[in-house]
Design a protein around this ligand. Sequence first.
Ligand code: PNS
Length: 163
Amino acid sequence: MSRVAVFPGSFDPMTNAHLDVARRAAALFDRLVIGVLNNPRKTPLFSMDERIEQISAAVADLGAHVEVIGFDGLTVDFAARNSAGFIVRGLRAVSDFEAELQMAHTNRKLQPGVDTVFLMSALDFGYLSSSLTKEVAQFGGEIAGMVPPPVADALRRRFATSG
Ligand code: PNS
């Protein structure tokens, strides 16, 4: 039986904590679909195409069974479209747990056939967040080590003329 998982997120941008989760999930599942959410309630720094390009470059070495796809709407519908039985999410700290528990239960209510699998972010990356990474980059701080190289390049280019 082929085990398929989706790894949904905003990924604006992908951090090394996300990449660590993607890398470990890629080793657990036969196919891993990284889902980049187009959230109409948020104005992202990077467009959907930019985020897909950055993530695709960051996960290129993980193998052809890892794909990056944009999506709208519900994560469980995205999972169904990809015949996925699992949703992967990362937990950086206890503070992530409450919101993630609520999401996992909501998704399970919507689609009982899909289970959420949590991977604890590597300790080295537990402090990282997309928003803080953007703030550091915006004010000229060093972001190497916080985000994958394609994301670091994109952040430096984006903030090169401002700040
Ligand atoms: O990277 P994020 O912003 O923490 O990811 C949150 C995400 C994309 C997983 C969550 O907002 C989501 O699943 N959105 C899609 C809409 C949805 O399915 N909502 C109901 C279930 S929580």
